[in-house]
Design a protein around this ligand. Structure first.
Ligand SMILES: *Cc1c(COP(=O)(O)O)cnc(C)c1O
Length: 248
């Protein structure tokens, strides 16, 4: 039996539609579109180009090599690298913005940038309860103050990540948000402010308006899947094939 090919059809109109829902939910907040893991399997180059044409401020990927691939495809928008803080040289070479969460990697980036007489923008991640990566809030003020005094690194953003904003019960998500707010207020007292403050993944975009700050980081909802609300998201991918035979 000859097998028919299955193919994935990517519907960019559905992507625009889902982005419009992000806008409807967040107003005029900056959108950092998450395109990690090949845009959740949808093809990161075409998806990213389409999202940029539709006005997103920034793209987010997990690893440096994903950012490099986007640069090599001609994309010039800001790209945030979530989990690869120690690739200072590649970030500088390809104009990628690393997320950092400890002093040693901040110092590495500062040193690399200093050699080139440039100031490297970074975003700082705080662990408010996700338990993955991020500065622990108790030390964060101290460490962020130190980082801001390094001359060749500029904390342009501060961020945190929800562990379970998709649950109906928002207790823990609210606690995380409180910790984040407290930290931002403490830093402000010390004269440290950020151009971008962001915490909201898709679930928080849809259900936690107080967590939108001035930037949001939707991933899965852009591709058409929501967690907890009957928003009319449209799946971007459709798998198609030919029916081989119908037996009645
Ligand atoms: C994957 C990811 C997101 C997007 O999460 P969704 O639940 O897919 O919206 C946002 N921020 C970070 C740091 C991520 O790793």
């Amino acid at each position: 039996m000859k097998l028919q090919k299955v193919f994935a059809e990517i519907n960019l109109k559905a992507l625009s539609h889902n982005l419009q829902i992000v806008r409807k939910k967040t107003g005029n907040k900056h959108i950092l579109a998450v395109v990690k893991a090949d845009a959740y399997g949808h093809g990161s180059v075409a998806v990213s180009k389409h999202l940029i044409e539709n006005g997103v401020s920034m793209l987010g990927v997990a690893f440096t090599r994903e950012g490099i691939a986007l640069r090599e495809s001609g994309i010039r928008s800001p790209i945030l690298i979530f989990f690869d803080r120690d690739n200072a040289d590649a970030c500088i070479e390809y104009n990628l913005t690393p997320v950092i969460y400890d002093l040693p990697s901040a110092k590495k980036i500062h040193t690399a940038a200093k050699k080139l007489n440039m100031v490297m923008p970074v975003h700082i991640k705080v662990d408010t309860g996700m338990g993955r990566v991020g500065m622990v809030p108790d030390r964060a003020v101290h460490d962020i103050l130190k980082i801001s005094r390094l001359g060749n690194i500029k904390p342009e953003g501060i961020m945190s990540h929800f562990s379970d904003a998709d649950l109906q019960d928002k207790d823990f998500a609210n606690t995380q948000q409180d910790i984040f707010n407290t930290l931002i207020a403490a830093l402000k007292k010390d004269g440290i402010t950020f151009r971008f403050i962001h915490m909201a993944n898709s679930a928080a975009v849809l259900t936690m308006p107080d967590a939108h700050f001035n930037m949001v980081r939707p991933g899965i909802m852009l591709y058409g899947y929501g967690c907890c609300e009957k928003e009319k998201l449209r799946p971007v991918m459709t798998l198609k094939s030919k029916i081989q035979r119908v037996r009645l």
